[in-house]
Design a protein around this ligand. Structure first.
Ligand code: DAH
Length: 348
């Protein structure tokens, strides 16, 4: 029996080595391990071998069968050349197919980069809804119904039923938020100080689209509330942020301004990174670029969320992501962010 197996093994090896086409390979397969093949028949005859030989013989046959099946699985790749006119579909000498690897949108990269600076300073990222009510977009931020500053944040109102604000029991129109300052209120309503948050997200304003305006853009809002937060804390953190974002040699300037939700309020300028403060076309020959609004949280805002202004102080800031990205990468037209032009996107 053992000799028979060895003989068959030799025979199969020879048959395989002379195979030239897929058809011949298939013929060898049928002849030896097909349903009536020689090896298959041999497996059936194990039962005729002397009982003490059976385990050994069985093992030999199985090993042989496995190795031969392996050869057949590899098909023409192992030994049997491909017949003309019938390609196997695999040419291992060809270079691999290249896949286009996507990358993050420049606005996402800018948001990530800005958030990273604040995460490093112990801030936490939070989000709020894009569909808001007048209460969160205006009222709680100390912008009453008839206040002229509402004009600055002109707004898309939604044609749906007014929504009741639970705590105050007042009804407010629904709208698309025109600023991420809404998120300050939502978080302070839910959580007690101390707080250190940043809130990135989309905002909407009915502006005519041009090189520097879009009806949708992105803002990042920041808020820090604790005991004894001072204006010098605001200055220190925002100065550090600007240096991280635009380079160590960047200088900052804090100009008095007005925002209803902060008092005092400032606009923050950075020295122009294009001309290094000398004055150029980008900074309008001023040497400075305005990049964010900020201020000490107005006690009226703390009262609206139920914080005691005697106990807590804080600062808030808000910046436009598109504007920062445009300055950072020298992009001249805001519309290009939303056009999905691969020639633009592939540069980031
Ligand atoms: N919400 C303001 C805007 O959209 C930006 C802003 C200014 C946010 C001052 C603030 C702040 O938190 O303190 O123009």
């Amino acid at each position: 029996m053992k000799e028979k197996i060895q003989k068959l093994e030799q025979e199969i090896k020879e048959a395989l080595s002379s195979v030239r086409t897929q058809e011949e390979l298939e013929a060898v397969r049928i002849k030896y391990i097909g349903r009536k093949g020689a090896l298959t028949e041999m497996i059936k005859s194990i039962k005729d071998a002397p009982p003490e030989d059976r385990p050994y013989v069985g093992k030999m046959i199985n090993v042989l069968k496995a190795s031969i099946e392996g050869r057949f699985k590899q098909g023409s790749a192992s030994g049997a050349p491909v017949p003309a006119g019938k390609p196997s579909g695999i040419d291992s000498s060809l270079p691999g197919a290249k896949f286009d690897l996507g990358s993050k949108h420049p606005l996402t990269q800018a948001i990530d980069e800005i958030c990273d600076v604040f995460l490093g300073l112990g801030f936490r990222i939070v989000e709020g809804p894009e569909i808001e009510t007048e209460y969160y977009n205006f009222t709680a931020l100390n912008i009453p119904d008839d206040h002229p500053s509402r004009e600055t944040f002109h707004t898309f109102f939604l044609d749906v039923a007014a929504e009741r604000h639970e705590r105050t029991g007042t009804d407010h129109k629904a709208l698309l938020r025109s600023q991420t300052s809404t998120v300050q209120i939502r978080i302070m309503e839910k959580e007690e100080p101390p707080l250190q948050i940043i809130a990135p997200g989309k905002v909407f304003r009915p502006d005519a689209t041009d090189a520097s305006h879009s009806f949708m853009f992105h803002q990042i809002e920041g808020l820090m509330v604790n005991k004894n937060i001072k204006f010098s804390d605001l200055k220190g953190i925002l100065d550090l942020f600007c240096k991280e974002m635009f380079g160590k040699s960047t200088e900052t300037r804090f100009r008095p301004h007005f925002f209803p939700f902060t008092e005092p309020s400032v606009e923050v300028d950075v020295s122009c990174m294009i001309c290094k403060g000398k004055g150029c076309r980008v900074c309008g020959r001023k040497g400075w670029l305005e990049i964010l609004g900020a201020g000490m949280v107005n006690p009226k805002v703390f009262e609206a969320v139920g914080y005691s202004p005697d106990k807590w102080t804080g600062f808030a800031f808000g910046m436009g992501v598109e504007r920062i990205a445009m300055l950072k990468w020298g992009i001249g037209d805001i519309r290009i962010f939303y056009e999905n032009d691969l020639r633009f996107l592939k540069q980031f």
